[in-house]
Design a protein around this ligand. Structure first.
Ligand code: C5P
Length: 217
């Protein structure tokens, strides 16, 4: 029996990668299957929440009872989040958002030149969706994610403070990407605790309990 810890709560999540076009047939992206974010959307729904999931391109099915908005680029993800954030109780940013987009993307397919020259791409920074939501005057409870390749305990604590959020969830990447299991480290004002290695749905349900407890405190 799973108590309805988020009954009556409105939850907005981001999940998956973003895709930033170079031209109509090419682009750059981040490594993310979306599995952790989708598992969290499902767990929040199971806990009784009204759940909206803003998702970059993934191969995953919409979790039962969850409303999904599909986006491609970080800018589209940003716009969908900002259009829906008012009235949300909880915002969980799980998406692996591309930090940069191609500033000089082409509307036509780039052609290979005979001389073998490569196109020169220029990049411009994407908006930080989580930082923007966290800076809202009437903000929802904000949870961020961080994938680090090493020094998770140190980087996680620093990132939580820098992002100005009450809870940051860390995992070691890239070894967890695309897999069905993970291990998490939770950073809050008190310090950090671990959710040991388990499948992503089990971890998502545990995380929902951790978040609900902190929201109620
Ligand atoms: O700074 P970093 O990208 O490592 O932070 C990761 C956290 O910030 C994740 O929760 C991610 O979803 C969120 N993020 C975001 N918008 C960005 C970059 C990251 O919401 N442009």
């Amino acid at each position: 029996f799973q108590p309805k810890l988020l009954a009556g709560r409105r939850v907005l999540l981001t999940a998956g990668p973003t895709f930033e076009p170079i031209d109509p047939v090419r682009g750059i992206t981040n490594l993310s299957s979306g599995k952790m974010g989708y598992a969290l959307a499902r767990a929040a729904r199971e806990a009784g929440a009204d759940v909206m999931l803003v998702s970059g391109p993934t191969a995953l099915e919409i979790p039962h009872g969850v409303q999904r908005i599909d986006v491609q680029t970080a800018q589209q993800m940003h716009d969908a989040v900002m259009a829906n954030v008012v009235g949300q109780d909880l915002f969980v940013a799980v998406a692996a958002v591309a930090d940069w987009r191609v500033a000089n993307a082409s509307t036509q397919k780039l052609k290979k030149n005979a001389d073998g020259g490569a196109p020169q791409l220029q990049f411009t920074q994407n908006p930080d969706i989580l930082a923007e939501v966290a800076a809202l005057p009437r903000r929802p409870y904000c949870v961020g994610f961080a994938a680090e390749s090493e020094n998770l305990a140190q980087y996680g604590a620093a990132k939580r403070v820098k992002k100005n959020i009450p809870l940051l969830v860390g995992n070691l990447g890239p070894q967890t990407f695309g897999r069905d299991d993970n291990a998490l480290m939770l950073f809050d004002e008190q310090g950090h605790t671990s959710l040991p290695h388990a499948d992503k749905l089990t971890l998502a349900r545990q995380l929902v309990r951790e978040i609900a407890r902190r929201m109620a405190a």
